[in-house]
Design a binder for this molecule. Structure first.
Ligand code: GCU
Length: 599
């Protein structure tokens, strides 16, 4: 199985941990711009005297703006927003705002004239235009993945630097995700921002992992800079195993070599992370060093089973939104990941579905450390403009970001290309392109998608046309909530056209934490628990079930859910309330997982 040959998005591996990397997180000035005044002239053309110039109104000695100055924006006088963070939870006037907001931040950095520098954004939702000292350095469209913009030529001599970002968060039919979702549209600079200095020729992207057989080590290294072609890279994975590779004329070195026989494996529940080092040199001159902590394990399927390190595993899981515990925000802080995964592990899980988009990097790294397996997902969700090539290009770019950022993460075992998309010719073609891209970028992991389940009498037959293109099939069923009832759910029989491991990727019911009553009364904890009991009776009878992830760990913010006194802008299917209040159904899950038979 050959290593991938395509050159993915230019992402810097482990960027925030590179030596000299500077975190720019904190309070950034912001100005709301619903009419796009900061970047458009009166006729909709580019405003060359726009807010990116960061005009500093002249001030008198007492700090007041000179009356002669006609300036109609001022970042110095503006209030601030926290970065990283969604703006929806920070300013009441921005609660459902989906227009444009400008951020402006000054920072100290003396550029190294013999080096280069990039800005790394963990994520910005949704469309970001970025200037450095008033010079536009790039644009990125996509709300959940990381991106790097080179600022080498835009940094000023001295240490007084400034970054300006215009963020626009409009939901649109020609975006990924499209117009309609069931989660809060968290506009803003929602991921950490770092200034990343690097040598003029540096190790941009590097990954290494066992192939599914465990017999070979695969990987790729992208060297970026004038001396990239023919450069030498020494890869050391610890334990005395190392190899020297040479970059080709394109600056890429590919790894496909027999794996060391005694390589200590990363296992679910027993995380072993190796300190992996890539050293770049030209002749005897060392140009750059890149490190990352990598767990080595294999994942593959065999019939309807999923095997990790050749051991069949049943994925006792939970679906998680990146919705912050205890506050109205995206889960953008490391402590958010720790809290959410603590709640998840209290259920006895070995697996998490990181739905429906790329989660912050620290969430996947935390799964690595905890020995949790993870499903990582692209927000190709519900209605998508399947026949729009520009949308496919953007979806592919977001898939690159999902895979390239986390290819060194042992916990990530599945790349999911879609959730609940209606089969038709355009959708099948679109998804097959994404499936092909995922396999091209990463032949070591499994490709999946969460598919719609439509009730068909007393049984359900999985017949989605793309099932045969996937390694693992996810099915979202809501028997006993959106259709059917608690009594008949256990009688539902399951069958499938093609033999694939099935993960029941969604099921559940809504309940307001603390709301108690009859177990057939909707929105009570008792009803939610009864649905789970019925679901597990049904699921245990599915012979090709390889995993299960209830919807969802905790209640999450969504403008779609507006039942007064019960939802009030929250989806109440959580096993925990917004502040971690455990509901009765959590006990049903915990008990099911404690007694689920091993495969
Ligand atoms: C769908 C969808 C979820 C949504 C859930 C629900 O299956 O995938 O994103 O939140 O149903 O209705 O609660």
């Amino acid at each position: 199985m050959a290593a991938p040959t395509s050159v993915p998005v230019p992402l810097i591996t482990n960027a925030s941990s590179r030596p000299g990397s500077i975190a720019l997180d904190g309070s950034w000035a912001h100005l709301i711009d619903p009419y796009r005044t900061g970047e458009l002239d009166l006729w909709g053309g580019e405003n060359t005297r726009g807010w990116h110039r960061g005009h500093r109104p002249r001030r008198a000695a007492d700090g007041s703006v000179l009356p002669t100055d006609r300036v109609e924006y001022d970042f110095e006088a503006a209030t601030t927003l926290e970065v990283p963070g969604s703006w929806v939870g920070q300013r009441v006037e921005l609660t459902h705002y989906e227009g444009a907001v400008w951020y402006d931040h000054s920072f100290a950095h003396e550029p190294d004239r013999d080096g280069r520098a990039f800005l790394r954004f963990g994520s910005v939702n949704h469309d970001a235009r970025v200037w450095c000292n008033g010079v536009e350095v790039g644009r990125h469209v996509g709300g959940y993945g990381p991106f790097d913009l080179e600022v080498t030529e835009a940094l000023r001599p001295g240490s007084d630097q400034r970054v300006t970002v215009r963020v626009e968060a409009e939901r649109r039919a020609d975006r990924i995700p499209g117009l309609n979702t069931d989660w809060a549209n968290d506009g803003g600079i929602t991921g950490s921002v770092h200034l990343v200095p690097v040598p003029t020729t540096f190790l941009r992207t590097a990954w290494v992992q066992l192939d599914p057989s465990g017999a070979r080590l695969l990987g790729e290294i992208v060297v970026d800079g004038a001396d990239a072609a023919g450069a030498t890279v020494d890869l050391d994975i610890g334990g005395g195993w190392s190899i020297t590779l040479e970059a080709g004329p394109d600056g890429i070195a590919r790894l496909d070599t027999p794996a060391p026989a005694d390589l200590e494996r990363w296992r679910p529940g027993a995380a072993v992370l190796h300190e992996v080092t890539w050293r770049l040199r030209v002749g005897d001159r060392e140009l750059d060093v890149l490190t990352d902590r990598v767990g080595f394990r294999t994942v593959r399927t065999e019939g309807a089973r999923i095997l990790v390190n050749d051991e069949p595993v049943f994925l006792r899981g939970i679906a998680i939104h990146a919705d912050a515990p205890g506050r109205n925000d995206r889960a953008c802080r490391p402590e958010d990941a720790a809290t959410l995964l603590d709640w998840a592990q209290s259920l006895g899980v070995n697996f998490v579905r990181l739905s429906h988009y790329q989660h912050p990097e620290h969430m996947v790294r935390e799964c690595d450390r905890r020995g949790l397996l993870a499903w990582c997902e692209l927000p190709v969700y519900w209605g998508i403009a399947w026949d729009d090539d520009a949308v496919l290009t953007n979806a592919t770019s977001q898939l690159d970001e999902l895979i390239v950022r986390d290819r060194n993460r042992a916990s990530a075992i599945l790349w999911s290309v879609a959730n609940e998309t209606m089969p038709d010719e355009g959708r099948n073609r679109f998804l097959r392109r994404l499936i092909g891209r995922a396999r091209e970028l990463d032949p070591t992991r499994l490709v999946a998608a969460a598919l719609f389940v439509t009730p068909q009498g007393d049984g359900h037959h999985l017949d989605d046309p793309i099932a045969a293109d996937l390694d693992v099939v996810g099915a979202n069923n809501y028997f006993a909530w959106y259709y059917g009832d608690v009594e008949t759910t256990p009688t539902i029989g399951w069958s499938q056209d093609v033999e694939r491991p099935l993960i029941m990727t969604e099921y559940g019911a809504g309940a307001l934490a603390g709301n108690h009553g009859h177990d057939r009364a909707r929105w009570t904890e008792e009803f939610q628990a009864a649905v789970y009991t019925a679901q597990y009776e049904m699921q245990r009878a599915i012979p090709f079930l390889a995993g299960t992830t209830p919807w969802i760990l905790k209640d999450f913010r969504t403008p779609k859910r507006q039942l007064p006194g019960i939802q009030d802008g929250w989806n109440r299917k959580g096993l925990f309330g917004p502040d971690g209040e455990e509901k009765l159904a959590a006990r049903v899950v915990r008990d099911a997982y404690a007694n689920w038979p091993d495969p």
